[in-house]
Design a protein around this ligand. Structure first.
Ligand SMILES: [Zn+2]
Length: 327
């Protein structure tokens, strides 16, 4: 092939005794046919050409295979194969973009141990056994990015394009158990302007519509929760749970609703956010216990959340998780 000047070699993945040149876009890696074949059944089949190289193109005497994948992703993937200290299991931090590349390519080329390891990084920040565990993890560990701040998907300031890339990659590798909370909830509950700001080449109209439909279901749930602040009339409160100080409790409720209306506009779809605002202190015992927010959110989590995103129920998702992570 042409030894064009446009091609770049990656020094960390250029072995003088290599037996195979891998090309991705305009980047070249000189590696070993035997190593790739031992790690990946897909490469083993792909590279099972005869000794005369089966008529393959060569580069400086080495057979060359071109992969259709992005160069940066192939680089992370090959480094993970070659350098055992490069890609460690969690809680070791790892760059999220490189992680996405390894996840996709380990799945595509069937390198099971790397695939599981990549999944376990995502599992740590995107999977929660139950709603209380989710609340506890708010602001949790995150995954490193090339920026200074780790990637925290639950932040409403998270980069929507990155969140979308995570949803796509997890969908592509069929890691459905990471989707309801992890990816779909965080994506669909972003402020409307963040979603509308994603460029069309990344998010086409029909997909955006689907996300907005998901979002609408979350808005309804969130409104129901906030609506639970409306006082129980004597006729609906269970016996012994009637309001003890109606005037004070009404004032507190008005304060809370004002707070939600004024400061929580962008959180209108955050159905899983904790709602116990400071402003709520001042309710009588009956009203405070009657709001049932966390119980209501817990029910929503258990019974409805996966369904909001047209995913199987938690039981199926957990079974899938156990099968894929082996835990
Ligand atoms: Zn009350």
């Amino acid at each position: 092939m042409d030894q064009s000047d446009d091609l770049t070699r990656v020094p960390a993945l250029w072995f003088d005794d290599g037996t195979l040149v891998v090309r991705a876009q305009t980047t070249l890696f000189k590696v070993h046919r035997s190593v790739l074949s031992a790690r990946s059944s897909v490469f083993r089949d792909m590279l099972a050409f005869p000794q005369d190289n089966g008529g393959l193109e060569t580069f400086e005497g080495c057979p060359i295979v071109a992969l259709p994948d992005k160069a940066e992703e192939v680089q992370s993937f090959l480094l993970a194969i070659y350098d055992s200290s490069y890609f460690m299991p969690p809680p070791q931090p790892f760059d999220i973009l490189s992680l996405l590349g390894i996840l996709r390519l380990a799945h595509k080329y069937d390198v099971e141990y790397l695939f599981k390891r990549a999944l376990s990084h995502f599992d740590r920040v995107l999977y929660f056994d139950n709603y209380p565990a989710f609340l506890q993890a708010a602001g949790g560990p995150g995954i490193m990015t090339s920026q200074a701040e780790p990637w925290r998907p639950q932040s409403q300031y998270t980069d929507p394009r990155l969140l979308l890339a995570v949803v796509d990659a997890l969908t592509q590798v069929e890691a459905q158990w990471l989707l309801p909370v992890g990816a779909q909830y965080f994506l669909s509950s972003l402020p409307m302007l963040s979603l509308l700001g994603i460029p069309e080449d990344l998010l086409d109209g029909s997909r955006l519509r689907r996300i907005l439909l998901h979002r609408q279901k979350l808005v309804v749930q969130r409104s129901t929760l906030v609506g639970a602040i409306v006082p129980w009339g004597d006729d609906v409160a269970p016996d012994g749970m009637e309001c003890l100080t109606p005037d004070d409790c009404t004032d507190t409720r008005v304060d809370f609703l004002t707070f939600v209306a004024a400061y929580n506009v962008e959180r209108d779809a955050r159905a899983l956010d904790r709602l116990d605002a400071q402003n709520m202190h001042g309710l009588c015992g009956s009203c405070a216990s009657g709001t049932f927010w966390e119980q209501s959110q817990d029910d929503f989590w258990r019974n409805d959340l996966p369904d909001v995103f047209d995913l199987p129920d938690w039981e199926d998702l957990r079974a899938q998780r156990a099968a894929m992570l082996g835990s």
